[in-house]
Design a binder for this molecule. Structure first.
Ligand code: GLN
Length: 479
């Protein structure tokens, strides 16, 4: 039977003719059908994936050079445009929308020989932490299907957890790659803001959004990042900084040694006590291994979630105004004479409750009487956080914290108040507020049997340091 360990091993097996791309695609198509109850995929591009596999197998047989992602079977979150394919942001408002062009990041994968196997379920417009906000039903955690997989990229995380594809591509505005990775026991990487082009990524909050990667090994995440990162004439906010070879950097094994953690993150009353104990034990262990680990005061912890939700809802209310039933999106079937009524009815029918809440909240914080009290204040806090981050990384290489304060919760459990759900983002939103890279790696298991991760962050554009530290941490866990 086909088994996937890493892209490198898969390529070795392809070259040795022990396996074919067709066998790989067949394996994943069977897996997706066998696990249909998880609701991880909204659509599977079965025929197309088989045709791509066929053509890759024959080009390899002819001796053609293999791309970096030759035959790598990848699932993409339903917020990434892929020309000629539906993309709905898991919303009714875009139910029958077909992408007119391909996201630059997706194109980069295809250009290196990747096979796109389908689009993955998520929270509507990437707003949520449990995948319960999808208009197409929740995704279930493969380890315990009464629990959530996390969100918003829940389908993408479960796809790695349940082996429905080799790599998933998600998006992370405030934790949507790292939090579901933590809940599902897989790796989730959010690169620096601007490391990967956002062209063709349906916008939620443009100054926070970043495409991210789910994988089972750090080496795979590094390789996929290398392929997707870099300048792009279609995104003016993407960095022009050259892309280092993350793969080579990993091989050099230059593990950063100066580590910090914010004391308040581990003292937070919302943190599960066992997760606290295990994270502290891990810190002791790091010190014994020769790392310098310092506890740093961080008085702004309680400001993170409010600042994040003021700014992201403001940006969302502006970004989502294009879905009005005229320019874009679902239009009500009712005949209405008044244009405002037509907008209202179409948007009421098309948007789910959480998306409506955020548009309202965002419009409120941007409104004339409240702009300075909320939006301007939040911008000031964001600047303060950036300054503090620059100071921190002048002395330290790596910042660590838990990824989420609790392991995966039950479906429906965290749903009674939206603020409860928002507060669970306490550890992840920081990296998006200041634009630094962050990764969640599955280091721990709770006594209730659920996995949980360690979050690792570094200075902006120091993905090499981040990945080297993460790879070392994963290897020492195995040892
Ligand atoms: N849970 C956060 C939110 O709902 C993060 C979402 C994301 O990263 N896309 O906004």
């Amino acid at each position: 039977m086909f088994r996937f360990h890493s892209i490198k091993d898969y390529h070795t097996a392809l070259i040795a003719e022990q396996v074919t791309c067709i066998q790989a695609v067949n394996f994943y198509l069977d897996q997706i059908s066998a696990h249909a109850d998880l609701n991880a995929f909204l659509e599977v591009f079965a025929e197309e994936a088989m045709a791509a596999a066929q053509s890759l197998d024959s080009s390899r047989a002819k001796g053609d050079a293999m791309g970096k992602l030759h035959g790598v079977v990848i699932g993409i979150k339903d917020v990434l445009c892929y020309q000629g394919h539906k993309v709905s942001a898991a919303s009714k408002i875009l139910e029958n929308y077909t992408a007119a062009y391909t996201a630059s990041a997706v194109q980069a994968l295809i250009d290196e020989g990747a096979i796109i196997i389908g689009r993955q379920n998520c929270d509507e417009f990437a707003m949520g932490s449990s995948n319960e906000n999808s208009a197409y039903g929740p995704v279930k955690n493969a380890l315990d299907n009464t629990r959530v997989p996390g969100g918003s990229s829940g389908g993408s995380a479960v796809s790695i957890q349940a082996q429905l594809c080799m790599i998933s591509i998600g998006s992370d505005t405030g934790g949507s790659v790292r939090q579901p990775a933590d809940f599902c026991g897989v790796i989730g990487l959010k690169p620096s803001y601007g490391r990967i082009s956002r062209y063709g990524l349906i916008a939620y909050a443009s100054s926070f959004d970043q495409i991210g990667i789910f994988s089972t090994t750090i080496a795979d995440a590094a390789l996929v990042l290398e392929v997707m990162a870099g300048a792009d004439e279609f995104d003016s906010t993407v960095s022009q900084q050259p892309v280092p070879s993350y793969t080579k950097a990993l091989a050099a094994n230059n593990v950063p040694k100066k580590i910090a953690y914010f004391k308040e993150t581990l003292e937070h009353p919302g943190l599960d006590p066992e997760m606290k104990t295990k994270t502290l034990a891990y810190i002791t262990d790091l010190k014994e291994k020769g790392f310098e680990v310092d506890a740093i005061d961080f008085s702004l912890l309680s400001f993170l979630v409010p600042t994040y939700y003021v700014l992201t809802t403001a940006e969302a209310s502006s970004n989502l105004s294009r879905f009005d039933g005229i320019k874009f999106g679902h239009r009500t079937k009712e005949t209405l004479d008044d244009l405002t009524e037509l907008y209202k009815k179409s948007r009421t029918e098309g948007f789910g409750e959480e998306v409506q809440r955020r548009i309202l909240l965002g419009t409120f914080v941007l409104s004339a009487g409240y702009f300075d009290a909320y939006f301007t204040k939040a911008q000031q806090v964001r600047q303060k956080l950036v300054d503090l981050t620059n100071t921190l990384f002048a002395s330290y290489d790596i910042l660590i914290s838990p990824t989420v304060p609790t392991p995966a919760f039950k479906l429906g459990e965290n749903n009674h108040t939206p603020t409860e759900m928002f507060l669970a983002d306490i550890y992840t939103v920081y990296a998006n507020l200041v634009g630094i890279p962050a990764i969640s790696i599955p280091l721990f298991t709770h006594s209730n049997g659920l996995p949980f991760g360690l979050q690792i962050m570094s200075a902006g554009f120091n993905e090499t340091g981040l990945l080297s530290f993460a790879a070392n941490a994963m290897d020492s866990r195995k040892a």
